[in-house]
Write a protein that binds this ligand. Sequence first.
Ligand SMILES: Cc1cc2nc3c(=O)[nH]c(=O)nc-3n(C[C@H](O)[C@H](O)[C@H](O)COP(=O)(O)OP(=O)(O)OC[C@H]3O[C@@H](n4cnc5c(N)ncnc54)[C@H](O)[C@@H]3O)c2cc1C
Length: 341
Amino acid sequence: MIKTDVIIIGAGPVGLFAVHQLGIKGLKAVVIDNLDKPGGQCIELYPDKPIYDIPAIPECTGKELTDKLLEQIKPFKTNFYFNERVDEIRQDKENWIVKTNKKNEFFSPNIIIAGGVGSFEPRKLSLKDAEKYEDRSLFYAVKNKEKFKNKNISIFGGGDSALDWALELSKYSKITLIHRRDEFRGAPHTLNEIKKLSEQDKLSIKKLYELESIEGDDNIQSIVIKNQDGKTEKIKTDIVLSFFGLIMKLGPIAEWGLNMDKKTISVNSDNFETNKKGIFAVGDICAYPGKLKLILSGFHEAALASVECFKRARPNEKYKFQFTTSSKEIQERLGVIKEKK
Ligand SMILES: Cc1cc2nc3c(=O)[nH]c(=O)nc-3n(C[C@H](O)[C@H](O)[C@H](O)COP(=O)(O)OP(=O)(O)OC[C@H]3O[C@@H](n4cnc5c(N)ncnc54)[C@H](O)[C@@H]3O)c2cc1C
């Protein structure tokens, strides 16, 4: 069981800034996210798009904002748990126990839910048989390239992920790239590279085809694809990689007994606590009168929630409001002045 002052669910911009607000108050946090990296919507949906309404930053992309937030919380040496979805929350007297789908357990008096629009999850193949091959020979993400070397790989999808991985894995494996439409949606440079490889017979492209069936025992041995005219084709395949985009699922959050308002969690706007003591909701996932789904609103919400987290994590200490410009204590925590001996 991992003990901490605060468990943050969600490593989007608001979850990251919550680490800062807790850190300057001397609180330790862990951050859990279902994605494989921090940044939430900023990284998953618009890494290269400019944002113009972050205070004091006239313009920055989703990726640049994420990088800056990570830099700002570096002094706190926070432990991140990626590729883990929080499934269960249960109470233990004044504390909470959080359990993930990887069976990790966390123990804390405070939970900050910064879950945005829910956890990002891959859109899965609808084929009945598909599930039994998952994580053995069917994958929705590439986590370790080594597993994909010297194989026959069928990649489904027409966007950046499918194209980028087709290019990368074609260096070591035989790739068939299958798309249900006639046009791919990718960066022009990537599309040119794919075209070149296909002309050199180093990669095979099947357009206007969809997956019809999977054949195999414990592992996949071949797949059958079908085009719109009903023509089928069997392809020798060891691994299927499917990139049909991400869906946002509120998922387990809806089952934690919190007061919900459609797909958001109702909070009070004094400290962003939910109907359960010690569980806070900030950022896009929270609802209160006048809520604006903006990053800057989430930052404010995280700041206020962190004060209440302090009171619960340090019941015997008095909370002191301090400015970062003048507080030696905060500056020591940030590592900008040496700690007292
Ligand atoms: C195209 C686009 C442009 C935008 N432009 C702007 C703009 O210019 N200015 C602005 O202020 N805002 C903008 N926004 C909105 C902004 O991105 C959101 O307000 C912001 O991302 C909310 O941050 P968050 O941290 O609350 O949630 P998110 O960024 O959604 O992050 C939530 C994270 O929680 C994780 N999560 C959820 N549930 C679980 C669970 N059970 N277990 C584990 N992890 C979980 C998710 O995987 C996700 O990574 C834009 C949004 C989009 C889509």
